[in-house]
Each structure stands twice: as C-alpha cells, then as structure tokens.
Design a protein around this ligand. Structure first.
Ligand code: HQG
Length: 181
C-alpha cells in the first residue's frame, strides 16, 4: 500500500466514521461502530481497495490514533471528533489539574465572551500538554495556547471524559477557567 493510499484512506475514514457514513453507504451504530467488512467494501467502491491487514496498519500507525477496533477487530470507529450524535461510552473521569487548548488569535474575542464551545463537534477538545495544543492550533494559523483550569472545573461539577486516543472532552469551558486569553 502506497503512502498516498494510506493518506487518502485515512481521510476517507475520518469523513465517514465521524461525519457522513451515508456518503460511503455504511451505517454507524449508537456507539459509532461499523462492521469492518462494510468499511472495506465501501473503500473498494471508492477506488481505495485495501486489505484487512492494510486497515490494521492504518489504525495502528495513524498519527493521532484516530480510529479503534473492538477487541475481535470485527468493528471499527473513530475515537473522537464526531459531528454525528454517537455515544462513545467514555465514562466521566477526573482530569489533570491543567489541560490545554490550541486556537488562533482571531477567535479570542469570541472565546473571551462565550468561553470555549464545541463548534461542529460534540465536545470541546482539550490536550494533555501544551505542545499537542500548539499543533492543534497551528492547523488554523499562528497558534495560541490557552490553559484550562480543569481541576477547578471538575471540582465545580463540570464533567470530563478522555477518549481512547488521549483527547480530553468536555461540553463547554467558561472563560473564567481559561488563562492565556
Ligand atoms: C474554536 C483535530 C469562536 C476553537 C485536532 C477551534 C484536535 C471558538 C474551533 C481536534 C470558540 C473548533 C479538535 C468560541 C472554540 N468562539 N471560536 N467561543 N470556542 N472556538 O476543529 O479543538 O485531525 O472543532 O479554538 O487535532 O481545533 O480531527 O476543534 O479553533 O484534536 O483528528 O473553534 O481535531 O483532530 O475547531 O480540534 P475544531 P479543535 P483531527
């Protein structure tokens, strides 16, 4: 499998497993899972025929470990980042005292007014370290890294979850818990 096939297939997986399964003619269950054979058939229909072993390679080497199999590898899903209503089943967990969010300067006035809101995705995505947050912000321009007082939020009753690939998720971060604005 060429590097460009891996890249194309990964992008297709992000699209159909997070946002638009109908485009590939696949169906996600309530927890976001789809049968692996269905996904392989959908890839083949789109001119991206890969083997099961290729798919394992993509899942295991994806830069952000975006996708996960169930234990017997009959099902696959995205670990976070959905715009579709799925219940990923991550339980509430106490976050580290500080989490980080990477963004860009043009969003800061709105963030000061509203705090962090999820946009198209289900949750606000927070990073466990500043370097990761910087990379997230850099997707949109010169990155600005905000510090989130996650410990205080949690003590104040805000729920946090952590995805299988280590992204912290929460519904909303009021501006009072943000530093670096
Ligand atoms: C911003 C990628 C205006 C927020 C990344 C962000 C991550 C506001 C954008 C994951 C705002 C939402 C998530 C407010 C937040 N007013 N703008 N009140 N509150 N924003 O893509 O965190 O490649 O939905 O700062 O690496 O950038 O998809 O979230 O810039 O892990 O796997 O609104 O997505 O991973 O953008 O990125 P996104 P994000 P994947």
């Amino acid at each position: 499998m060429s590097a460009s096939t891996v890249k194309k297939a990964s992008r297709f997986l992000s699209l159909v497993l997070r946002h638009d399964p109908a485009r590939a003619g696949i169906v996600l269950d309530a927890a976001g899972w789809t049968p692996v054979p269905d996904l392989l058939a959908a890839l083949a229909r789109r001119g991206m025929a890969i083997t099961f072993d290729d798919l394992v390679h993509i899942v295991e080497t994806n830069d952000k470990r975006r996708f996960a199999f169930n234990p017997d590898r009959s099902l696959i899903r995205a670990s976070q980042g959905h715009s579709l209503p799925v219940d990923l089943g991550y339980g509430d967990r106490a976050p580290p005292e500080t989490l980080y969010h990477g963004t860009v300067a043009r969003f800061l006035p709105a963030i000061r007014a509203q705090g962090l809101v999820p946009g198209q995705r289900h949750d606000v995505h927070l990073s466990p370290d500043a370097d990761t947050a910087r990379r997230v912000g850099a997707r949109r321009g010169d990155p600005v890294v905000l510090r989130v007082d996650a410990g205080a939020m949690h003590r104040d009753g805000f729920a946090f979850r952590c995805s299988a690939n280590g992204v912290w998720l929460t519904a909303h971060v009021p501006a009072t818990y943000l530093a670096g604005l």
